[in-house]
Design a protein around this ligand. Sequence first.
Ligand SMILES: [Zn+2]
Length: 345
Amino acid sequence: MNIPIPSILEIGEGVVWRMDDIVRTYRFSKAVMLFDDFTYRTYEQDMKQAISSVPVHTVCLPPQLDIVDIMKKAFELPHCDVMIAMGGGAVIDCGKYMAFLRQVPFISIPTSASNDGFASTNCSLLVNGKKTTVPAKVPFGILADLNIIQQAPERFILAGIGDLMSNITALYDWEFEQNHGVSRVNAFAAMISKKAVNSFIRTPMQNIKHPIFLKELISSLTMGGISTVISGNSAPISGSEHLISHALDKMSSAPQMHGIQVGIATYIMAHVQQHRAERITKVFTRTGFFDYAKTLHLSKDEYRQAIDIAPTIKPNRYTYIHDEQYRKRAIRLLDEDHILKEIFT
Ligand SMILES: [Zn+2]
C-alpha cells in the first residue's frame, strides 16, 4: 500500500517565510496563489515577498463559489506547477479542489485552526447551494504559521477544538459499526486518530492562543486528517456527530461553523455512547467552548430535526445515530442535560 502524505509539514512561528526555500527545494517554476478577500488584503504583499524566486500569479477568490464556478475558474488560471491557498476553510477547499482538477501539487496555508480541512483529502464545496463533501487529494504541503493563526478570533480556535474532540465519538462509532458487521476498523488509522486527540487533551488549556496549545491543536488536526488517507474513508475522524452537523448544514436557518456544530454534537453523542463524556466536558469547559456556544442562541428544534435526519446523510454507515434507541436518547438529552439546556433556546 502506498499512502500519500504531505511532503512538507511546517507548524511554527513565521513558517510562511520559508516559502522560497520550499519553492527552490521542489524546483517549482510558477505558482498560482489563491486568497480570500481578507487574506488578499492582509497578506498578498507579504506572500509575494516570501516567494520571490519564481513568478506568482495571485488571485482573490470571491466568497460562496459553487463547484461549477470553481471548475471553470480552475481552468481559466494560467499555467503553474504548484497551487497555494491561504485563508480559512473555504479558500483552502477551493484551492485543494482546483489543484486536484489541474493535477498540480497543492500547498495549504491555513490562517485559522477551525477544522481539519487544511490537512484532509476531501473538501467541502457548495453543490446547488448546499455544502457537500467532495473527494480530492491530500495537500502536498501544509504550512501553519502560528503568528498568523494566533490573530484569528478565538471562536475559530474553539471550532478546531470541537472538530478534534469528535475523534473520540467517531472512533467509538467506528467500533460500533464493526461490531454490527457493517465495516472494518483500520487499526493503524484508528490508532493515529486516537493518539492525536489524546495528546491534545493533555496540553495545558489556560490560554488557547498560546503557541504550544495551537501547535498541539494543529498537529493533532493534521494527524486526524492523515488518518483518513490511511483508512481511505473519513470514519476515523467523522461519525454520528459529523452526520448531525452535516444535517444542520442542510436544514438550519443559520448554520454555525463546522467545528462548533460538530463539538456540540460530540458532547451529545459522548453521552449517548456513555464513553468519555466527562473528559469532553472538561475540555469544553476549560477552553471556553461551552461559554461561546451559549452566546449563539442555537435552536433546540433544529438539533432535534438534525438528529432525526442524521442517518439519512450516510445511509450506508451504521453509527450510534443510525439506531433508533440512541437517536431517542440523544433527543432526550436536549431537554434533560443541564449544559445543553443553557446552550439551546
Ligand atoms: Zn470535521
